[in-house]
Design a protein around this ligand. Structure first.
Ligand SMILES: Nc1nc2c(ncn2[C@@H]2O[C@H](COP(=O)(O)OP(=O)(O)OP(=O)(O)O)[C@@H](O)[C@H]2O)c(=O)[nH]1
Ligand SMILES: [Mg+2]
Length: 292
């Protein structure tokens, strides 16, 4: 029996819905989603396995001009996604009227692999003419690409995307074990679920200055005991994360625990701590230590 497999890499500007789309296609919440730009910081694989095919999706950080060392690491993941893609999903949304990151658009224009331009969030516009105008705009920029309007949030036109992916997927043996859902360990997803709550509940620079480390993960018979350390850059940020009488940290922990329990299908005891690691985002050594 023939078998198809390939890397379908998702690239686009911040906040257009890359993670939402990957979660929708994989059918699992693997990537965290928030309304803030630059939520995703890693390349995260989401693997779909069927008897006769395997699709390895990659969610990536939104393309930006690197302003600090963490950004540079984030953009290196986008870079790697250009290199090994069998199919590129270039995601934009109904509001993006021009690719701010010109170099990325030029890069896509030069690709020799199939590109699908996914225009996301079409649920937010009532006027079909607006959708058509966007489709025409991107078709002009990327004449070889197929343009597909979707709503990743609601799964609108998901079948269209799937049909095309299965057609375009090359013949190949699988790249990963057929049982795998991702290339990341559970600890990674746990730390991301905590980080998502920080993005949801804290404003301004605070979420961008946070990093979450799971330093204990004890899978016992009836319960999983987890200790997560939230790393911030400055004392003032530590105060904000802890909140008045510890209220903010409690809320982050409570909401993250619910998600983690859903994810692992077991009761979870989650302890959270906050630690200052001065200017960690700007230090190559520290970034390495934190897995970037
Ligand atoms: N209305 C609507 N909102 C959407 C849709 N897709 C995503 N969103 C919202 O858009 C915001 C950003 O979604 P993400 O999936 O985190 O976007 P992203 O491109 O991964 O963002 P970064 O990781 O920050 O680059 C969230 O608030 C989502 O709920 C959609 O189809 N319709
Ligand atoms: Mg994302």
């Amino acid at each position: 029996m023939s078998h198809k497999a390939g890397f379908v890499n998702i690239v686009g500007s911040p906040n257009v819905g890359k993670s939402t789309l990957m979660n929708q296609l994989v059918g699992e919440k693997l990537s965290i989603v928030t309304s803030k730009a630059q939520t995703t910081r890693h390349r995260i694989h989401g693997i779909v396995n069927e008897e006769d095919y395997q699709i390895v999706f990659s969610d990536t950080p939104g393309v930006v001009n690197a302003a600090y060392k963490l950004h540079e690491a984030m953009m290196s993941y986008v870079e790697s996604s250009f290199k090994d893609a069998d199919i590129l999903l270039f995601i934009t949304d109904i509001y993006e009227s021009e690719m701010n990151h010109v170099a990325t658009l030029e890069r896509i224009q030069k690709l020799n692999i199939p590109v699908l331009v996914i225009i996301n969030k079409v649920d937010l516009v009532a006027d079909q003419a607006q959708v058509t105008a966007r489709m025409n705009f991107w078709q002009e920029k990327l004449p070889k690409a197929e343009i597909i309007p979707v709503s990743a949030l609601h799964g609108f036109n998901k079948e269209w995307v799937w049909d095309r992916l299965l057609e375009l997927l090359p013949e190949s043996p699988p790249y990963f074990d057929k049982e795998e859902l991702s290339d990341r360990p559970v600890r990674f997803f746990v730390s991301e679920m905590v980080r998502e709550k920080i993005f949801l509940f804290c404003d301004k620079e605070v979420p961008y200055s946070c990093q979450v480390e799971v330093d204990t993960y004890l899978d016992e018979e009836k319960i999983i005991k987890i200790r997560a350390v939230i790393v911030v850059e400055r004392d003032s940020q530590k105060g904000i994360i802890i909140g008045k009488g510890g209220a903010m940290l409690k809320k982050i922990g409570r909401e993250a625990r619910k998600d983690i329990e859903n994810f692992v299908g077991k009761q979870v005891f989650l302890e959270t701590f906050v630690k200052v690691d001065k200017d960690w985002r700007a230090s190559e050594v520290k970034l390495k230590k934190y897995g970037y």
